[in-house]
Design a protein around this ligand. Structure first.
Ligand SMILES: *Cc1c(COP(=O)(O)O)cnc(C)c1O
Length: 450
């Protein structure tokens, strides 16, 4: 009988995370202080992050031990299955072999708990009682709420107000796991109060929510801040995905020619691909493709330069491909992946030619998602659907060229809490939008010189 799912035992959960900084040809340039423009030191970060995560952020050790307590929590859903997409292959009539790593099996339904759990653990260990964070549609907030409940640490989530009102289910999940959720802008912080005074109906933005969460953490000694993507330590924690996948490919005696991941901040792409990129750096023939929306084309149209991590310009300056920190995706965009830049590690690897990137319009992305759902059953998160569109294109190319390539993609999460986006697509309400070059140039002209 053919095997559809390659399942590892719990004993095979990786015991170490893989740190690509030990192997990459060029390290990313250091983060800079937003005022002095000098490299930031550990002291600049101590007010909002635990020391162990600051150490991971700058570490160049190849392997970093996963604490026993974190492994015990991982075992609630890890190892995640590697699926062979036989039915999709048959539907496409492609000679390509398509595999996907399914991260939707986590309790929050995405890959994000892989880092949320680790971050909750290190904060708790260093005596922190509460974590403040932001969330847009709620994927990160719900991962953090879950992790907080598993480690007995309080979680406060500032959720962008429009999402708070329009997308109640992830908020309810967060509250079920015991988190306190505020609609942002809120009356809880100085930053929130200032905005509400000027504009009581402000719908909120991720930038405002970040400002509120950072202020909350910086003004309470028992509270830290946490981030769900972009930073080096977040990408590090996600490498459990690729490490498991490598082992699963060994079991079936195969190895990917192409690895594909959607790219919002870069954490799930990094997670699935970095352990394989180590082989590529050492000479293996392998392509890694980052997929983004045409309405937020960070890698494909952005510029590689220093920019702020947040809209308000409070965070350190990071060396990234960016559309400018005041970038706002068009209202019509439904597929997530809205961040104005990408993780410095992913950007450096892209700059050095180790990762490729491409962008797709959203109607083609949802069409691919539905083709996948009909063949494989799983309704993917709209974010993930970007990767699926690229997988289908590559599989069709294999058919044209008569090549039997092995394709791996990360199914970063399921879309069962994102059905409104599917409803909008099915009702014909989604339009394609290509973000214009001029607007990017305009936004980039306003960036600080360093
Ligand atoms: C958050 C999220 C993403 C995008 O974030 P990355 O850091 O780029 O991985 C992708 N897929 C799902 C399901 C998510 O929840």
């Amino acid at each position: 009988m053919r095997e559809t799912k390659i399942i590892l035992s719990e004993k095979e959960i990786p015991k170490k995370w893989y740190n690509i900084m030990a192997d990459m040809p060029n390290l990313p340039r250091p983060p800079l202080h937003p005022q002095t423009k000098q490299p930031v030191g550990p002291d600049d970060l101590k007010a909002i992050f635990p020391m162990s995560l600051i150490e991971q952020e700058v570490s160049q050790e190849r392997w970093i031990e996963i604490p026993e307590e974190v492994l015990r929590i991982y075992s609630l859903w890890r190892p995640s299955p590697l699926h062979r997409a036989y039915r999709l292959e048959e539907a496409l009539k492609t000679p390509a072999k398509i595999y996907y790593k399914y991260e939707g099996v986590s309790p929050a339904g995405s890959h994000k708990p892989n880092t949320a759990v680790a971050q909750a653990y290190y904060n708790k260990k260093e005596g922190i009682k509460r974590i403040a964070t932001e969330t847009g549609a709620g994927q990160w907030g719900s991962a953090m709420a879950l992790a907080g409940s598993l480690f007995g640490i309080d979680v406060t989530v500032y959720m962008v107000k429009v999402s708070y009102n329009q997308k109640p289910y992830r908020r309810i999940a967060m509250e079920t796991w015991g988190a306190k959720v505020y609609a942002s802008p809120s009356e809880v912080t100085e930053a929130g109060r200032r905005i509400l005074k000027e504009e009581p109906d402000n719908p909120g933005s991720l930038g405002i929510a970040i400002s509120e969460a950072v202020e909350d953490a910086a003004t309470h000694s028992d509270t830290n801040y946490s981030l769900g993507s972009v930073l080096n330590h977040v990408l590090l924690h996600q490498t459990v995905i690729g490490l498991e996948a490598k082992r699963q490919f060994e079991v079936v005696g195969d190895y990917p020619d192409i690895i594909i991941g959607c790219c919002g901040g870069g954490s799930n792409l990094a997670g699935v691909s970095f352990p394989f990129l180590q082989d590529k750096i050492n000479g293996k023939d392998l392509r890694v493709i980052a997929v983004e929306p045409q309405s937020c084309p960070t890698l494909t149209k952005g510029e590689f330069r220093y920019d702020f991590g947040d809209t308000a310009g409070l965070t350190p300056l990071l060396m990234m491909y960016t559309l400018g920190h005041d970038f706002i995706p068009p209202g019509i965009h439904a597929g997530g992946l809205r961040y104005h830049a990408d993780a410095p590690l992913v950007c450096q690897l892209y700059h050095d030619g180790l990762i490729e990137a491409r962008a797709y319009p959203q109607t083609a992305v949802f069409e691919a998602a539905i083709q996948f759902a009909k063949a494989e059953g799983i309704i993917p998160a709209p974010e993930t659907a970007h990767a699926i569109k690229a997988v289908i294109d590559e599989a069709n190319l294999c058919k044209e060229e008569g090549k039997e390539k092995t394709i791996l993609f990360n199914l970063s999460g399921h879309g069962i809490l994102d059905l409104q986006a599917y409803a909008d697509y099915l009702d014909g309400k989604l339009e394609d939008y290509e973000y214009p070059e001029e607007k990017i140039k305009e936004a980039l002209a306003k960036l600080p010189e360093v």
